[in-house]
Write a protein that binds this ligand. Structure first.
Ligand code: CDV
Length: 314
């Protein structure tokens, strides 16, 4: 039986600070229809899709901050996306800033949801690896304050059986961490959906000159190959409020090969037909986890957070 699924990465060009949810949802609807016309059954949108990437600024006015967050999903402005996706029979991944009332307090997360072809929210993920700082850093033209705006995700890395596949989700910086993919692969993930906002103006802060795109590809391709899984990675791209965001949205096969990649830094839909059984070759040979993994030797990964080097040589 054919276990292929046609997926789309719906890259978004820059989203201005002044853009309303309605403006953005209209762009998402256009991408959704384009993806559907090309046969896509599942569309992946970026991280924090509905707004500009606001962690580049240090905002202090609570009302101004809250305006970037969603308190319900779908809400009145995002409902048209859910309705159109259901009408077309297309599932989607959507990243957004989530304001939740939990444990008797207000909590903020960098979140994504998985919506099936019937328009039902089947999964929620909250970003675990928050990059950057919890306070503004002197001397930087652009901040990266995810630790100021969000708490680390508290849902782990779950997977869901939906749309004929075992699907997992992660968000942006998560893609650089081997643990992200491995925890999902150990639950049988066949496809990992990923949205990101990666500025390339972090030289000296997060990356070395000119290597931002390379490190993006390296991380996703390695994650896909070492875990025998498809990865659908979708960018927010282009010059957004003076910050240059890389594009390079891509669909990567379990072989680690890039099978589709965006060529612009604007709104652009790329698609690929993903044979879920392609992973089987790797899963029964080089990456047959049950046969080859040696977890007793990996204990430090969960017992220790930062490195502790041996004492100095005498
Ligand atoms: N939104 C992100 O998580 N961005 C990060 C930083 C380091 C640029 C990233 O990993 O791309």
């Amino acid at each position: 039986m054919d276990r292929a699924i046609v997926v789309a990465a719906a890259q978004m060009g820059p989203i201005a600070r002044s853009a309303t949810r309605k403006d953005v949802v209209l762009r998402l609807l256009a991408a959704l229809r384009q993806a559907h016309a090309r046969g896509a059954e599942l569309v992946v949108f970026p991280e924090l899709t509905l707004t500009t990437f606001f962690p580049r600024w240090h905002l202090t006015d609570p009302a101004e901050i809250d305006a970037f967050f969603e308190t319900e999903m779908p809400g009145p402005e995002t409902l048209p996306l859910f309705e159109e996706a259901r009408r077309l029979g297309v599932g989607f991944y959507l990243g957004y800033a989530e304001l939740a009332a939990e444990e008797g307090r207000t909590r903020r997360f960098n979140t994504s949801i998985l919506v099936d072809r019937a328009g039902r929210v089947v999964g929620k993920y909250r970003k675990v690896h928050l990059p950057g700082y919890d306070a503004p850093q002197a001397g930087r033209s652009s901040q990266h304050l995810e630790k100021y705006y969000f708490e680390p995700g508290n849902l782990g890395f779950p997977v869901w059986r939906s749309m004929g596949a075992v699907m997992g989700m992660c968000i942006c910086n998560d893609r650089r961490w081997a643990e992200t993919y491995r925890v999902m692969a150990l639950q049988g993930a066949e496809m990992i959906l990923l949205g990101y906002n990666t500025p390339d103006d972090h030289t000296g802060n997060f990356d070395s000159d000119s290597l931002t795109g390379f490190h993006h590809q390296l991380s996703v391709q390695a994650g896909a190959y070492q875990n025998s899984t498809w990865v659908v990675a979708t960018a927010k791209a282009g010059n957004e409020e003076g910050s240059r965001m890389i594009g390079q949205s891509m669909i990567v096969a379990p072989s680690g090969q890039i099978v589709a990649m965006a060529t612009t830094t604007d709104d652009e839909v790329i698609t690929a037909r993903c044979d879920l059984d392609m992973a089987a070759l790797y899963r029964r040979t080089i990456f047959d986890f049950a046969r080859h993994r040696e977890p007793d030797n990996y204990r430090l990964i969960v017992e220790r957070k930062g490195p502790v080097a041996p004492p100095q040589e005498p």
